[in-house]
Design a binder for this molecule. Structure first.
Ligand SMILES: C[S@@+](CC[C@H](N)C(=O)[O-])C[C@H]1O[C@@H](n2cnc3c(N)ncnc32)[C@H](O)[C@@H]1O
Length: 349
């Protein structure tokens, strides 16, 4: 029996509580959560930013926030994008329903205003605030005032996702973040060249000054090439991912090539330090090796992917998938070893 199980087995009498809470306090009790791990202060050239107050390990939860304003976008008009007039009206309606404190929180957010906007007859200052700070959860556009203080980087140290169970946007560290370092996340897909990323960031009205975009010309060229290669490799490998054992020699040769490509992809993502993609590429490497019945590397990559996915969200479909795959690969690996030892006539302990 392990120490953990032993500790859990200690019977705790149900009538005993650590604190004796008077009933009036219990009614008024609300959980404020642990102290924040960041502070908001000026970030040179970027307005305000969020800076960590102590070093964070990968996977540390940084923020969990419910949207203060939520707007369900109407259908996109073909080739035109979202109808701005409708979005503007919906944002205004949601804003008017807020408390005075909520309104003040929204109005304090930064916004980039395009010159043509202020001259429009129905100009509403809420629209640039919304455009500069809102996130698309896939279901709706939401304004999350705390998350909105995190600046963009093309090599971010955090990732975020919409947690459907909590109905909150969750931000967590994807790598170690040192005390005093600024938190960053990505507003756009990152597997594009600097020029393409610039075009996408235009909608937020700023030119990115992150470490990748302000590097020397040669480093930018190398980074651009790597990102293009990573994008292509992810697309190619993911579109053919299967755990079916190759039925003939030609398919086996192709599967072998794919396993090699999956390791090259891993190296590229690590060289580019795109921690937000690690879980995805570990999964590709795991499945590519499982197909060849190379259970040891398949298990190692699957477990790495599982660990990262689990840091983000223990109960997501992606995490559960990697947990199941890891245990299946371990089983196959054990079976493989048993078969080999039977063949060699040496029993395995
Ligand atoms: C969502 S807000 C981020 C918080 C903002 N800095 C503030 O003061 O509240 C987005 C705005 O921050 C600035 N910003 C964010 N990331 C940046 C970056 N990588 N380079 C330059 N400016 C950036 C831009 O002005 C952008 O419109």
């Amino acid at each position: 029996m392990t120490g953990v199980q032993a500790a859990c087995d200690i019977p705790i009498p149900s009538s005993q509580y650590i604190f004796n809470v008077p009933s009036w306090q219990a009614q008024n009790f609300s959980c404020t959560g642990p102290p924040e791990v960041f502070a908001i202060r000026p970030s040179p050239g970027k307005g305000l930013g969020a800076f960590v107050t102590r070093s964070l390990e990968p996977g540390t939860l940084i923020m969990q926030e419910a949207p203060l304003i939520k707007v369900y976008p109407p259908e996109i008009r073909d080739g035109v994008g979202y109808p701005l007039d409708t979005i503007q009206r919906l944002v205004r309606e949601a804003f008017e329903a807020l408390s005075e404190d909520g309104k003040a929180e929204i109005l304090a957010l930064s916004a980039h205003i395009f010159p043509h906007e202020t001259t429009a007859a129905d100009y509403d200052p809420l629209l640039p605030i919304f455009r500069s700070n809102s996130f698309n959860t896939g279901d709706f556009f939401g304004l999350f005032p705390k998350v909105a203080r995190i600046n963009h980087s093309c090599r971010p140290n955090t990732a975020y996702y919409w947690n459907e169970r909590l109905r909150k946007r969750v931000v967590y560290a994807t790598r170690r973040v040192e005390e005093g370092e600024e938190l960053s996340l990505s507003y756009i897909p990152l597997l594009h060249t600097k020029a393409d990323r610039e075009l996408r960031l235009n909608q937020y009205g700023f030119k990115c000054t992150c470490e990748v975009c302000s590097a020397a010309a040669n480093d930018i060229m190398v980074s651009d090439q790597r990102r293009e290669q990573i994008r292509r490799a992810i697309y190619d490998l993911e579109s053919e991912l299967t755990v079916e054992v190759p039925a003939d020699k030609a398919t086996r040769r192709k599967a072998q090539k794919q396993a090699e490509e999956s390791l090259k992809l891993l190296r590229l993502v690590e060289e580019e330090e795109l921690a937000v993609y690690y879980a995805q590429v570990y999964r590709i490497a795991a499945l590519s090796h499982a197909r060849l019945e190379k259970w040891e590397p398949a298990t190692i990559w699957a477990h790495k992917s599982y660990q990262l996915r689990q840091m983000a969200d223990e109960q997501s479909q992606e995490t559960i998938e990697m947990k199941i795959l890891t245990s299946r690969f371990i089983e196959s690996w054990n079976e493989d070893l048993r078969n080999k030892s039977m063949k060699s006539g040496r029993p395995r302990n």
